[in-house]
Design a binder for this molecule. Structure first.
Ligand code: NDP
Length: 493
């Protein structure tokens, strides 16, 4: 893999109604490589006028355009062809994703594979959407039909750019919806690359529109638009709350995939080596920019000092580096804003707890948004570094005394996206699984995510489920049809 290769800043266009489109205002904004802070692209800065065009195209494609008329079989075939094209271009997409987001190239390659798998999964599921016959007591045939919800407005974050786009687009298209997708301002490039193949794979104009811009000027008008029937959002809880309020004005369907402060819980009887690995992987993968990051590491007191020491020792070996180098295990954070946010939490942590390792900028790098993997220990679960989502490589290690204590601490959080339990005692592990208030629970692992299994949070981590058959449900309405089989008049009057 080539490293440190400079590319000319490239100008991208949006995709509206099957055509490359500049913004109505003509304005653009810069997209950076977070490892060098150089501008690698310019993209259109969309506003409400562009949202209007995109929504109109999506509405027309749904109501009178070809996508609304496609069969489920044809929709499935389009998704398969898109997946095939993505696989063909996988290395190019992975490199672009890595360069734009800062994630290590090896992780980006996994992501792109998952993107293709997601389109394949929903390509297959398109033909498995079925209605019901309802057992009503009258002489009638009562049916429940499943129909697409209509135009979906989809807003995604920067940590898994193309994968989040796939999680949104694939189920929506399989259901027969049309889409307006707004990628995060920092990472729009892979989605725009993918848009170049829409026509070739048979996606008709307007079925998927991609607008680039900022949350307040492009995201907000998308949420407010009366012709958008459903909003699917992944991002912070703060923005999720605003979206929920705004969507109320037009009674939109809303699904929210928000943040987390997930507990990764280690009992003394866990396999020690696997546990140390799992603790580090759970919180430092993708530079800790993971909604389900195991950022609260709960450790049984019996092994606590040994655990903190071993984790710290192993963390010293984590290799920070340019994202395109294959040996790199941790790249830069995505942006200056995120760098400042994470370093401010590193400073706060030094006041709230004890520092085992890290705690600041990674000084070996003159440029780029690099921070050190950081471990705080003796953290009180009421401390801000244990309650607030940092979204960076910062771990809070918290001791516990026994099973009820672990459960109390784990569930004492406004969030409930994910949790993990490490133990060789199956009874204990399964008791924890049942009692943890989280949408995803792993046992003796943390982070594996599959398109076949549901994803989403409890409590303030949001609602609705993505992936699997649950993902397509969120893009379907249910229509009740009553067919009278009785040839007599109703006979009421
Ligand atoms: P934000 O909530 O800031 O942004 C997410 C998206 O929302 C971006 O596209 C953003 O635009 C847009 N947005 C911002 N303000 C508005 C608004 N007023 N109206 C409509 N759209 C808006 O999150 P981040 O991008 O900072 O991503 C990190 C967050 O995402 C973390 O909290 C993380 O936990 C969460 N996340 C959750 C996941 C899950 O599955 N539960 C997965 C991945 C991330 P802009 O680009 O301008 O900011």
């Amino acid at each position: 893999m080539a490293t440190g290769v400079k590319t000319e800043a490239r100008t991208y266009q949006m995709m509206i109604n099957g055509e490359q489109a500049a913004s109505a205002s003509g304005k653009t904004f810069d997209v950076l490589d977070p490892s060098t802070e150089e501008v690698i692209a310019q993209v259109p800065d969309a506003n409400a006028t562009d949202v209007e065009r995109a929504v109109a195209a999506a509405k027309a494609a749904f109501e009178s355009g070809p996508w609304g008329q496609t069969t489920a079989q044809d929709r499935g075939r389009v998704l398969f062809r898109l997946a095939e094209r993505i696989r063909k271009e996988a290395s190019k997409l992975a490199e672009l994703e890595s360069r734009n987001s800062g994630k290590p190239i090896v992780e980006a390659e996994f992501d792109i594979n998952d993107v293709a798998t997601c389109f394949e999964y929903y390509g297959g599921l398109a033909t498995k959407v079925m209605g019901h016959v309802n057992p009503v007591p009258d002489n009638a045939l009562s049916l429940s039909l499943r129909e697409p919800v209509g135009v979906a407005g989809q807003i995604i974050p920067w940590n898994y750019p193309l994968l989040m786009a796939a999680w949104k687009l694939a189920p929506a298209l399989a259901a027969g919806c049309t889409c307006v997708l707004k990628p995060a301002e920092q990472t729009p490039l892979t989605a725009l690359e993918m848009a170049n193949w829409f026509e070739e794979v048979g996606l008709p104009p307007g079925a998927v529109n991609i607008i680039t811009g900022f949350g307040e000027t492009a995201g907000a008008p998308l949420v407010q638009h009366p012709d958008v029937n459903k909003v699917a959002f992944t991002g912070s809880a703060a923005v999720g709350k605003m979206i929920l309020k705004s969507a109320a004005d037009t009674i939109k369907r809303v699904t929210l995939e928000l943040g987390g402060k997930s507990p990764n819980i280690f009992f003394a009887d866990a396999d020690f080596e696997a546990a140390i690995d799992g603790a580090l992987f759970g919180v430092f993968i993708n530079q800790g920019e993971v909604c389900s990051a195991g950022s609260r590491i709960l450790v049984e007191r019996k092994i606590y000092p040994k655990f903190v020491d071993a984790m710290t020792e192993k963390a010293k070996r984590i290799r920070l580096g340019p994202p395109l180098e294959r040996e790199t295990k941790m790249g830069p954070l995505v942006s200056k804003e995120q760098y400042e946010r994470v370093t401010s939490y590193q400073d706060l942590g030094k006041k709230e707890a004890k520092l085992a390792i890290g705690g600041g900028r990674a000084k070996a790098f003159k440029k780029g948004f690099y921070v050190e993997p950081t471990i705080f220990y003796d953290v009180d679960n009421r401390a801000r570094i244990a309650r607030e989502e940092i979204f960076g490589p910062v771990a809070a290690v918290i001791p516990f005394d026994n099973e009820p204590d672990a459960l109390r601490i784990a569930n004492d959080s406004p969030y409930g996206l994910a949790a993990a339990v490490w133990s060789r005692d199956i009874y204990k592990a399964l008791r924890m699984v049942k009692a943890l208030r989280a949408g995803v629970v792993w046992v003796n692992h943390m982070q594996p995510t599959y398109v076949e299994a549901p994803w989403g949070g409890y409590k303030q981590s949001g609602f609705g489920r993505e992936l699997g058959p649950w993902g397509i449900e969120e893009y379907l309405e249910t229509k009740q049809v009553h067919i009278n089989l009785n040839e007599q008049p109703i006979g009421w009057y």
